[in-house]
Structures are given as structure tokens and as C-alpha cells.
Design a protein around this ligand. Structure first.
Ligand SMILES: *Cc1c(COP(=O)(O)O)cnc(C)c1O
Length: 224
């Protein structure tokens, strides 16, 4: 049941915050609904999860449309966004979690009617298969975004590799947090970079302990 799952997830958020002496109000639960239908997505929203995330443009648009009677939802786009899909969704997105190239930034700049809140996806683990900006290139990438007035870098996002150990997860998330603070300290208007989007069902507790402000949770909310 979604309600039971949600209660467990919220408890784990609280426990993890307590471990790190953080307030649970600092952590936003983003419900990842990519693998469930609209009915289950609506149920999650009715249970009070107001931040929802999808990773495919067509499903994102369909669900948002079917749920337009909700007036208090925030819509997140996570995962890879093909450039040819930018036009159709960028003006529907409240938070975009996967800014990872200048080409994509240019396309967003061209298509967005207002400023888009973006997370830069960082490949902290250095995994070859991974999307994201290599951490060594992050500062340059942020500098290159200066001319794009439709892009506001509100934070950084990462994914831990599937097979990583808890120790590695701590290390990766701590690294993302320190990169986020390094960019934040630059005091750039277009890149306040106050947020970190990190942690999924299997590792959000560790991400919270390392300073996550947005966690992206799917499986744990929708398991049977
Ligand atoms: C699917 C997905 C999630 C959620 O993962 P779960 O393990 O189901 O919690 C989070 N972030 C991204 C980018 C995803 O693609």
C-alpha cells in the first residue's frame, strides 16, 4: 500500500535527518512515478507528496495533463532529455535535474519562455557509462552557462552506481555536497546552487546524512 510505504519512507527520512542533526524540513521528497500509472500517481499526490518526477517526455506530459486538477504540484524531469524533446516539455517543467551539456543548455535557452530551475548532473563516480559533467569540468561548465538567462542553476544532481558499497555512497554524496558548496560560494546570480538532488530508494538515507536537499524515490513508494 502506498500509504504504508510512504509512512516508512518518511520515517527513514526523519531517522536519517536525526543521525545528521538536520531538520527534516530541509529534505524534499520527490516521488518518482516513472514506473506507475496515473491512478497510482494520483494516489501518491493525494497522500501529500506534491513533488513528482518523470523521466520520459511523453509520459510526463500525459500525466501532467491528466492531473491538471491538482493546483499544488511541482513537476520534476529527471534523467536524460533528448534535445528534440526540449521544445515540448521545458515550459511544463518546474525542476530539471539533468543538465549535462552546453548543447542542451542552448536548446533550453532557445525554447524556454521563462527561467528554468536546473540541477547540473555531475558524474561524481567517474563511471564511464554515466551521464553527467565530470567533476573536474564542473567549474568551467558553470562559467559557460553565464550567458544563458533562461537557466538558473539551483543545485547539483548525481546518481550513485548501482553496485556501490555504502562507504562509496557516503564518499560520492559528500563529494557532490562539497562541489555544490564550492559553486555556491562563487555567489553567481545565475547559479545560486544551494541544493543537492541525490539519493534514491536504496541510498537516500546515506544521501540525507551527506546533505541531500532533494531525494528522488520511486521503488520504495510503490513496492507491494
Ligand atoms: C528511477 C530513478 C530514480 C528512482 O529510483 P528508485 O530506485 O526507484 O527509487 C531516481 N532518480 C533517477 C534519475 C531515476 O531514473
Amino acid at each position: 500500500m502506498i500509504s504504508d510505504n510512504l509512512r516508512e519512507v518518511k520515517q527513514e527520512i526523519q531517522d536519517s535527518c536525526a543521525l545528521a542533526s538536520r531538520s527534516s524540513t530541509e529534505v524534499t521528497l520527490v516521488g518518482v512515478t516513472k514506473s506507475v500509472d496515473t491512478a497510482q500517481t494520483i494516489e501518491l499526490a493525494n497522500q501529500g507528496v506534491k513533488h513528482l518526477a518523470e523521466n520520459r517526455a511523453d509520459q510526463f506530459l500525459a500525466k501532467k495533463e491528466e492531473m491538471s486538477h491538482f493546483t499544488d504540484l511541482s513537476w520534476h524531469f529527471i534523467g536524460n532529455l533528448q534535445r528534440r524533446k526540449v521544445k515540448s516539455i521545458i515550459n511544463e517543467v518546474d525542476y530539471f535535474h539533468a543538465l549535462d551539456s552546453l548543447k542542451l543548455a542552448s536548446e533550453i535557452q532557445k525554447r524556454a519562455k521563462t527561467t528554468v530551475c536546473c540541477f547540473i548532473e555531475v558524474n561524481v563516480s567517474g563511471e564511464i557509462s554515466k551521464q553527467g559533467i565530470a567533476d573536474a569540468n564542473l567549474e568551467d561548465f558553470v562559467e559557460q552557462l553565464a550567458p544563458f538567462d533562461k537557466i538558473k542553476v539551483i543545485g547539483l544532481m548525481t546518481l550513485a552506481p548501482l553496485q556501490s558499497t555504502q562507504e562509496e555512497q557516503h564518499e560520492l554524496f559528500a563529494k557532490l555536497k562539497s562541489l555544490q558548496e564550492m559553486i555556491q560560494e562563487k555567489g553567481l546570480d545565475y547559479a545560486p546552487c544551494t541544493q543537492t538532488s541525490m539519493g534514491m530508494s536504496n541510498d537516500f538515507s546515506i544521501a540525507i546524512q551527506e546533505g541531500a536537499t532533494f531525494i528522488r524515490v520511486g521503488t520504495s513508494l510503490f513496492k507491494n
